[in-house]
Write a protein that binds this ligand. Sequence first.
Ligand code: ADP
Ligand code: ADP
Ligand code: MG
Length: 461
Amino acid sequence: MSLRRLLVANRGEIAVRVIRACRALGIEAVAAVSEADKGSLPARLADRAVCVGPPRSAQSYLNRQALLATAIGTGCDSVHPGYGFLSENAAFAAACEDAGLTFVGPRSETVREMGDKLSARRLAERHGVPVVPGGTAPGGPADAVAVAERLGYPVLIKAAAGGGGRGIRVVHEPDELPAAFTGAAAEAEVAFGDGTLYVERYVAQGRHLEVQVFGDGKGEVLHLGERDCSLQRRYQKIVEEAPATGVPEDIRTRARDAAVRLATNIGYRQAGTVEFIVDQDRGEFYFLEMNTRIQVEHPVTEQITGIDLVQLQLRLAGGEPLALGQRDVGFAGHAIECRITAERPADGFRPSPGTITGWRPPYGPGIRLDTHCEPGYRVPPYYDSMLAKLIVHGRDRADATARTLAALADFEIDGIDTNLAFLRAVLAHPDFAADRITTRWVDDAMAKGEIRMPIPAEENR
Ligand code: ADP
Ligand code: ADP
Ligand code: MG
């Protein structure tokens, strides 16, 4: 049994990644593309590309009707949603189920339960997984103030429907809370169509620890180890690593157990990630959320386990059993991923779309580049600014860091601004070498002027 033809309902590097996995398994890939992506690498690599709408995501990559009609019209038996876009949209998963298409992800009810961060927290608590101390504020700002009093400041206000680091605000003082709450509710309503908020204790010395799980939907769940994604800016990941060598072994073990317990108890199907925040001051870890999809940083896990996660997704979706047990999962060396973006770090990380006139990526032992970019590619202004993921594997963390620095030094991209110089400065920082990164490290180091970047050549003119 196998999938025969799959609709890739995404764009960019993850579309390329899924198409390559299809090819390896003899599955035909149909790329759903917007007008802006008609000539893109995924469109050319796929067996067939179908335009699903205008450039804007709302009319193309988020257009459920167009994507379903394309899947059915091209004779697909399955849909891979990638990450972002419709990957965590329960209505889309349900529509695929209703149309007899295999959605490469969990059951739509699981997507729904985990998509709402409040219901996800309740599920975690029910299965004995510690959650960040916090509470809801059904009565509005006054309730939020009461919750914050109980927790102590600073607190975070979070959107129940948030994602991708959006819909999160830190509040330091009681006076700031009512206005922050009202503003955040309005923003969440616009961004996610749901203004529900909740309040959590802000973990100041936090590390982002996450566990990759894989379930067969029948109660069998494996973990593929953990990742450290503490290197973030504004709650968004920039550099990710596996294994999480900066987190004490006992916390890593307990987090793995907690993730497997949660996934097992809900009969989880497919790839998923349970995210935690480690409170280094208290020596505790807490559940943040579960992402019911393949994640951006899945390659670091692939590099240290030798397991192709997207192929595993496709095999499972085709009806094969999970052909491996926990004892078959081994870990070797250390892997680091850098998200390379079309942004101007010197200018508040403003997106810098445009044409890539020169593209000279690094090569060498342990170097992997997941990308849809090529010389002459025009980075459209409509989507996420990620150009590529540089994934480097080494025998240990120091080796992987040295190789990453060398690879970043070799990488040349002309025509648009990128964060390459920023990444070089970050990885060269002594705190990175010492594995002393917390989720606020980038913001603090930048405020202190510790991340020095050469001024782009054009500004010297
Ligand atoms: P990961 O969780 O895989 O590390 P991110 O959190 O960076 O990755 O999200 C992956 C992509 O999906 C990003 O482009 C992000 O902007 C987008 N994304 C994730 N969740 C949402 C959401 N709820 N709404 C909008 N975009 C989202
Ligand atoms: P998203 O769905 O946007 O990924 P998360 O709940 O995963 O939302 O949080 C994103 C990031 O925000 C985390 O990786 C972490 O750095 C930070 N964060 C979230 N909750 C807390 C908290 N209670 N204290 C400190 N930082 C937090
Ligand atoms: Mg998250």
